[in-house]
Design a protein around this ligand. Structure first.
Ligand SMILES: C[S@@+](CC[C@H](N)C(=O)[O-])C[C@H]1O[C@@H](n2cnc3c(N)ncnc32)[C@H](O)[C@@H]1O
Length: 458
């Protein structure tokens, strides 16, 4: 099968990345597995073979000959090319069904499929995100990566995953770059000026922060700063803060090493379940505020059920779970929060004060894999690592009989359930999986959040 080969196929299933999967007869008695992004099970399509990827032939959808029953009309003009949403063309019920199928398949491999509870569906299918990091492409496009490409960007006029007004912000930055001769960043040659435009919203507080990330902040003179202030503050809805961030490293990073605030506060505030969180412009915060409230309820219920006294909130971020537990659960005597991001830890400490639980909480910055476990006393541990999962040393130390911690309950919050296939078996040598609760925090994508509650066997 050569590049450019045309196929006519019916999509039979999805692969692990949410792409349509079909068998194409490329010659007599010769069948090849093809993946076709942005298709649905049941679609009869015409497609062209464009590249090889891990044994799959990746094809580009050319024409839908007969649409699947799961297809819906997409509302976004960029659906089908933007890498932000792989499933906007799929009816939400079909999206959730496919996520459940994926989880059942993974959890049955480790024989815990019977512990999988019904998924909590998303409360909103669009405009649910409180953050988006839009890259500036080398041609001056501002948007998200084109699906399947590492250095090609879709020049976005809108993004329906965010609150309204994002497209207008991106247009202001494009015009501003032209007027002030600021060059787009080139990820390949590591040159140029403007690298990212980050939009962060406080959904409950109606705050909106815009951060323009520049390689060298000195390239933005006073006149350019004033012009950006004037243009951004004329927008409706008007952002509540505007920051210039500087990131001189050549790595493709959307966070900044330093900031200057052009107007508003240098952080935003979000309220979840009556707890208020101050968020640093660089720090992680659950990206779906409304669903994060349900996620917090699931975790806190589990913490409360077992009468937790001492809680270790590992990978605690701004104290999202730990502070809420200290505030709401009567049995809690102490919360230790541990997190890599020192700026998040500084704000977690402030968040504990503003929520009046500073006497119950200690937040420390450091790598989870280097935690001094002997200083920790916890009967319940929350683990909420990044998508890459737990460091093997964390698993080893947590489960070792030599570590004095030996928690009775572990609550593992994961945004990558596929990692659990590899990580849960070690836990299961000592712990029973009580339940696995999925929550759809990421509609239009193939991702899903899960909470796994484990209790130590007697
Ligand atoms: C999925 S977020 C969860 C944060 C927090 N629990 C929340 O719900 O907002 C993962 C967090 O792990 C932190 N992190 C990443 N690598 C780490 C490491 N090696 N040790 C400790 N924390 C780490 C990140 O900075 C991030 O805040």
């Amino acid at each position: 099968m050569k590049i450019g080969h045309k196929i006519n196929v019916t999509v039979a299933s999805y692969d692990a990345r949410g792409r349509g999967l079909a068998e194409a007869e490329v010659a007599e008695n010769l069948v090849r597995d093809c993946v076709i992004p942005f298709t649905a099970i049941g679609d009869e399509i015409e497609a062209t073979f464009v590249r090889r990827d891990h044994g799959f032939k990746v094809c580009k959808l050319e024409k839908i000959l007969k649409p699947s029953n799961d297809r819906v009309k997409t509302s976004c003009p960029h659906a089908g090319s933007c890498g932000g949403c792989i499933w906007q063309h799929l009816d939400y019920k079909a999206q959730l069904q496919e996520k459940v199928r994926g989880m059942q398949s993974v959890f049955s491999k480790i024989e815990v499929q019977d512990k999988l509870r019904d998924a909590m569906p998303a409360l909103e299918q669009l405009q649910y995100r409180n953050r988006m990091d839009f890259a500036v492409g080398w041609n001056g496009e501002i948007g998200l990566k084109e699906y399947g490409q590492w250095n090609r960007y879709v020049d976005l006029s809108t993004c329906l995953l965010l609150q309204p007004g994002a497209g207008e912000i991106l247009q202001v930055v494009r015009d501003w770059m032209n007027i002030h001769d600021l060059q787009p960043w080139d990820v390949k040659f590591h040159s140029g000026d403007v690298r990212y435009v980050v939009i962060r919203d406080g959904i409950s507080t109606k705050q909106r922060m815009v951060i323009v990330v520049i390689a060298n902040a000195k390239r933005v003179d006073d006149q350019a700063k004033q012009d950006l202030i004037d243009k951004i503050s004329k927008l409706d809805p008007t952002p509540t803060s505007l920051l210039i961030g500087e990131q001189p490293k050549i790595a493709d990073l959307s966070y900044a090493e330093s900031f200057s605030t052009l107007f508003g506060e240098p952080y935003i505030t979000e309220n979840v379940n009556d707890i208020s969180y101050k968020i640093h412009p660089n720090s992680f915060f659950q990206t779906n505020t409304k669903m994060a409230a349900l996620l917090q309820d699931v975790v806190l219920d589990a913490v409360e059920q077992v009468g937790t006294k001492n809680l270790l909130d590992l990978y605690c971020g701004l104290g999202f779970f730990g502070i809420a537990a200290a505030k709401k659960i009567e049995s809690i005597e102490h919360v230790d929060g541990y997190e890599l991001d020192a700026e998040a830890i500084e704000l977690a400490t402030q968040n504990a004060i503003s929520n009046s639980v500073q006497d119950l909480c200690t937040f420390v910055a450091g790598e989870a894999e280097n935690l001094e476990w002997k200083n920790i006393n916890a009967d319940t541990v929350i683990l909420d690592p990044p998508r890459s999962g737990l460091h093997p040393r964390v698993i080893k130390t947590l489960l070792s009989n030599e570590t004095p911690l030996n928690p009775e309950t572990i609550i593992y919050v994961s945004c990558n359930y596929k990692r659990l296939e590899h990580e849960l078996p070690s836990f299961m040598e000592k712990y029973e999986v009580e339940f696995i609760q999925p929550l759809d925090l990421f509609p239009q994508t193939r991702h899903v959040e899960v909470v796994v509650v484990l209790s130590r066997r007697p």
